[in-house]
Design a protein around this ligand. Structure first.
Ligand code: ACO
Length: 320
């Protein structure tokens, strides 16, 4: 028994912010951003909250799966930018869906959040605890971005993606997840609740900080490594993999991973051009686009992989 993705959905905010628009705020250019990252525009949540985006993506996934919200036993949201410290985004999604029979909580693994959440749901399904669950990657990093810092504010966008997973005979084949807490400060965001009793300080909103080159080097090394590990553990030849659906942070990272894996770039779909890095949402948004475009056929083997703050990373091989 395994878990199969039977439906996907996604939601991105209506507001488009182009590179040219950012060049009016900070000292940057479309040429620099597109050349270094592949990003040309991103969606920024002006009206939308993280839980709203997550719930919209979830509704679309349920509809795509033909699953009623009341069938859901577990709702997991990979996010690091919930609207509240508590309750979780997952509980807010549960309320929006009317999924009264589900247990709901968030998984914090930054950009690897969707993969980590999916892996958790898969473990519950294999253990026979739950049969039907919903996994979401949703982030609104625009709220945590210092819009004066050109080295980070050009990279991110907001959005959410979701997948319904059900117990089945085929589906997820193998996963590998990893984390290295020793390198937490490579990419971090100060807590939003840093009020201090000692200093009498009021809570403030923290900004994210990143050592871009360290993240780049880490991703280019770790992503191929964990993909190879998944292939080895599942006794799968890399040529059997039809698509590699990677975290959409930077096209140069995707290119470097393709090169290291000795695989043609056309097996690596990309959409960061339109959405930027939506953190935990990149993988499920891309998966949903591919699903709706009819690019995924029953029996196709797809490799998902993500990396992010923690540091965290993961890969998952599945049969569509
Ligand atoms: N516009 C113009 N110039 C810029 C900008 C900008 N937006 N940002 C930085 N620069 C300048 C720098 O100041 C520097 O100038 P200097 O040479 O005069 O000092 C120059 O450009 C080069 O800066 P680098 O940081 O060396 O540029 P690099 O080629 O490393 O590209 C980037 C930076 C795009 C951030 C790259 O390191 C990267 O993609 N790293 C991975 C980041 C990532 O994937 N993060 C998210 C992953 S985890 C998660 O998703 C939460």
């Amino acid at each position: 028994m395994t878990g199969k993705i039977i439906g996907t959905g996604s939601y991105v905010p209506a507001r488009i912010v182009t590179n040219d628009e950012l060049a009016q705020i900070v000292d940057t250019s479309d040429e620099w951003i597109a050349g270094r990252t592949g990003i040309r525009q991103r969606r920024i949540a002006v009206e939308e909250s993280t839980s709203y985006m997550a719930a919209e993506a979830a509704k679309r996934a349920l509809e795509n799966a033909g699953t009623d919200a009341e069938e859901l036993e577990l709702i997991l949201v990979g996010t690091t930018s919930g609207d509240h410290c508590f309750p979780s985004v997952a509980c807010e999604v549960q309320a929006a869906l009317g999924a009264g029979n589900a247990v709901a909580y968030d998984v914090s693994a930054a950009c690897s959040g969707f993969l980590f959440a999916m892996d958790t749901l898969w473990a519950f399904i294999r253990a026979g605890v739950y049969k039907t669950g919903l996994v979401i990657g949703a982030d609104c990093l625009s709220k945590l971005t210092d819009w004066r810092d050109r080295s980070t504010c050009v990279l991110f966008g907001d959005g959410a993606g979701a997948a319904v997973m059900k117990a089945a005979d085929s589906g997820l084949i193998q996963t590998v997840m990893g984390s290295d807490g020793n390198r937490w400060n490579v990419l971090s965001c100060v807590s939003r609740t840093n009020g201090s009793f000692a200093d009498g300080k009021a809570p403030q909103l923290g900004f994210l900080h990143m050592d871009g080159q360290e993240v780049f080097k880490f991703a280019v090394k770790k992503v191929p490594e964990c993909i190879h590990q998944v292939l080895e553990e599942s006794d799968t030849d890399i040529e059997q993999v039809k698509y590699f659906v990677l975290h959409q942070a930077n096209y140069r990272i995707v290119e470097a991973v393709a090169k290291r894996l000795k695989q043609p770039l056309d097996k690596f779909p990309m959409n960061m051009e339109y959405y930027g890095n939506t953190s935990a949402a990149t993988v499920p948004i891309l998966l949903d686009e591919m699903n709706r475009e009819g690019r995924l056929k029953p029996g196709d083997r797809i490799m998902l992989s993500g990396f992010g703050a923690g540091l965290t990373w993961g890969a998952a091989l599945l049969e569509w």
